[in-house]
Ligand binder design. Structure first.
Ligand code: F6R
Length: 260
């Protein structure tokens, strides 16, 4: 696993975007996995800079989001479909027809989850998946205890995730369930790029990167991926034991492997 410790959110975004751009450059019609929440916003801003500068062309790319709240129509301002439109699709000038988000209010959710998996496969699989991490170690909405081989399905959100996400909703209502790509789905991506910011993520980042691989910390499955990059700021890195080694490894990267 590659771990890169950055001075601030802007640098996290720039380095994550560089890793993503080189993964996308490997195919003329690449597929990118999107995350919602606060963590990927700097990455989306850095990708937008590349699109605006003409160094990244996303016009032939296809996109699949990680997750959606169950029961929220896609037009709800707090739905992940709407969040992705607002934070990624519109600012980067991407064709909305190319952006797929799990359906939160399907009549038959199980069938809709299977269709989502089939659509990812039909697009040729995900080349690079962007990930955040929950304070409890979740990726996507794969909460602790999730199966390492799981595919897109519904999950119950933990009380901690509901509390963490309450900031987006009015008082009294936070969704209790979601549809999420499984850990097996995420692990099929060609490259994983996880970003984390702030002290609130430090414990989860340490467990994911340096702890035992365990369903109790779903993000720890990244240790089994051949091409996983974790990009964190100083606060999110604060509980890592091998910080000096990660800094050395980055400083000693050969020219061609330098992200920026
Ligand atoms: C969102 C997602 C979640 C978030 C995680 C961190 O699509 O899959 O795993 O990445 O909850 O959220 P933020 O970035 O808001 O701290």
């Amino acid at each position: 696993m590659e771990v890169i410790i950055c001075a601030n959110e802007e640098q996290v975004g720039r380095i994550a975007a560089a890793r993503i751009a080189s993964a996308l450059a490997r195919r003329p019609d690449p597929v990118m996995g999107l995350a919602t929440g606060s963590s990927p916003l700097g990455t989306y801003a850095a990708l937008k800079e590349r699109v605006d500068a003409g160094t990244l062309n996303l016009s032939n790319a296809t996109f699949f989001a990680l997750d959606e709240y169950l029961g929220l129509p896609r037009t709800d301002p707090n739905s992940y479909a709407e969040t992705i439109r607002r934070t990624f699709t519109e600012p980067l000038g991407v064709d909305p027809q190319r952006v797929h988000v799990p359906v939160g209010d399907a009549e038959d959710t199980d069938a809709s989850c299977e269709q989502y998996e089939a659509a990812i496969a039909a697009a040729g699989g995900i080349d690079v998946q962007i990930l955040g991490i929950g304070s409890n170690g979740h990726i996507g909405f794969n909460e602790p205890g999730s199966s390492f081989t799981s595919r897109t399905r519904t999950k119950t959100l933990t009380a901690r995730t509901r509390a963490d996400n309450a900031r987006f909703f009015g008082p009294g209502f936070v969704p209790t369930h979601c549809v999420t790509q499984g850990l097996g789905t995420i692990m099929d991506a060609g490259r994983l790029v996880l970003t984390a910011l702030g002290e609130a993520k430090a414990e989860a980042v340490a467990a994911a990167v340096e702890g035992p691989v365990s369903a109790m910390c779903p993000a720890s499955i990244l240790q089994f991926h051949r091409y996983a990059t974790v990009v964190v700021d100083e606060d999110a890195a604060s509980h890592l034991q091998l910080k000096d080694y990660y800094r050395d490894s980055f400083a000693l990267l050969p020219q061609g492997r330098r992200p920026v």
